[in-house]
Write a protein that binds this ligand. Structure first.
Ligand SMILES: *Cc1c(COP(=O)(O)O)cnc(C)c1O
Length: 406
């Protein structure tokens, strides 16, 4: 493997030990280049076979795909069996969206109850490999919990920067429980993150999603999904968009599977943002040359309340590669969709419900074929933000939904 600039027109290469997050030549984010070219069909068989094994690296839904990940000695991997999320069929949700074939892949069913674990297992493994003693991140609450848990497994100090008053109490409590050092920042997530980026500290390894090792872990979501579907890709994969690490990772994963001839069809990626934090939507509409920031992002879906998404260029590349779509939905649409996901017995935190809200909108406007197949990625567990449920479901609209109206 190799670290290189993610801008193909630049392509600058970096040493394995390089600790910056941006290209020193052009300023774009970095990525990990996989330099091996295994036989795709043999890999499919190998990955399936590993599910029979009880070795920790094989029972992990990330490290099972290690052939396309940065290399470590088996004993150096820090894993808690992350990944491995089943596909659950959408019932009332499918009806609500107006489609026939909807499945949810719930990444909230991970060790710390959100998808961040899938990237953290790689990034914290890398942190220890580099000899780091302190890891840090800015977070709307989920990155911090995940980082703190994996850091605790190997005695690393986890320092987390949280925007004051903008993180759910459940998420703060979780980070405290894993022993994190918490710094509350006056300001929003973007300001907390920029504060860290602008003041690099050589003693601290930085684990926000601009860290390319996290993206490596997260790309395996697409590997696992295709394996679960016996390598028959769905027409669409729907994902919430915040800082856009996940969208970027899914695009990279699909590019790699395609390059190895493992998928004959490329699912289209649908990225859904909240209206109050819709920088990618604005950027896309403006032609994609520059990031159109949202100065004061606001949405009840706090996990995606981000105005200056750092991975916007990578996300645009994912949209281009998959011929995908991007849209935004209101907090009201998110809240209604979240109720339906709960009524399917699945549940999720508000940010995840953007997926169903977005699908419903695209079907209603005729932009997607209701007969197509859809996989919606749910990113965080229902218990991550219980206040969101209590605030909303006392309202009238819940009554309408409960008594059978649309
Ligand atoms: C982090 C997070 C997101 C946003 O993911 P990005 O990779 O930043 O786009 C969405 N939902 C939940 C629950 C999250 O924790």
């Amino acid at each position: 493997m190799q670290i290189r600039c993610s801008n193909p027109a630049c392509g600058e290469k970096f040493d394995r030990a390089f600790s910056g997050y941006a290209c020193t030549r052009c300023g774009d984010l970095l990525e990990i280049a996989i330099t091996c070219t295994p036989d795709g069909e043999a890999l499919k068989a190998e990955w399936k076979q590993r599910r029979m094994s009880n070795e920790p690296a094989d029972t992990s839904g990330v490290w099972r795909f290690r052939d396309l990940l940065p290399e470590y000695d088996a004993g150096d991997i820090i894993t808690m069996g992350e990944g491995n999320s089943v596909l659950v069929e959408g019932l009332r949700t499918a009806e609500y969206a107006g489609v026939k074939n909807l499945h949810f892949k719930h990444l909230g069913w991970n060790p710390t109850a959100c998808f961040k674990d899938i990237g953290m297992t790689v990034a914290v493994t890398e942190a220890r490999h580099r000899g780091a003693k302190i890891v840090a991140c800015a977070s709307t609450g989920n990155t911090s919990g995940s980082m703190a848990a994996y850091a605790a497994r190997v005695g690393l100090t986890a320092r987390i920067y949280l925007p004051k008053g903008k993180v759910s109490s459940a998420k703060i409590a979780q980070s405290i429980d894993y022993g994190a050092e918490i710094v509350e920042v006056d300001g929003n997530f973007d300001q907390a993150l920029d504060g860290l980026i602008e003041n690099p500290d050589p003693n601290i390894y930085f684990l926000n999603s601009i860290n390319p090792f996290r993206i490596e872990g997260q790309k395996t979501v697409m590997f696992e999904l295709m394996d679960q579907l016996d390598w028959n890709p769905p027409d669409y994969v729907i994902v919430p968009g915040g800082n856009l690490g996940n969208s970027s990772a899914f695009g990279k994963g699909l590019e790699e599977l395609h390059a190895l001839g493992m998928i004959s069809k490329i699912p289209k990626l649908i990225i859904v943002q909240a209206t109050g934090a819709n920088a990618l939507v604005r950027t896309f509409l403006a032609g994609g040359k520059h990031l159109e920031k949202v100065e004061s992002p606001h949405t009840r879906a706090t996990a995606i309340s981000i105005g200056s998404p750092k991975s916007w260029k990578k996300a645009l590349r994912a949209l281009q590669f998959t011929n995908g779509l991007v849209l935004d939905v209101s907090d009201e649409e998110i809240a209604k969709a979240k109720v339906l996901i709960g009524r399917d017995g699945i549940g999720c935190e508000p940010a995840s419900a953007t997926t169903l809200a977005g699908l419903r909108r695209l079907v209603a406007s005729g932009e997607v074929d209701p007969k197509a197949s859809f996989v919606a990625i749910l990113t965080g567990h229902v218990l991550k933000d219980p206040d969101a449920i209590l605030e909303y479901q006392a309202q009238e609209v819940h009554q309408e939904l409960a008594y059978g109206a649309k």
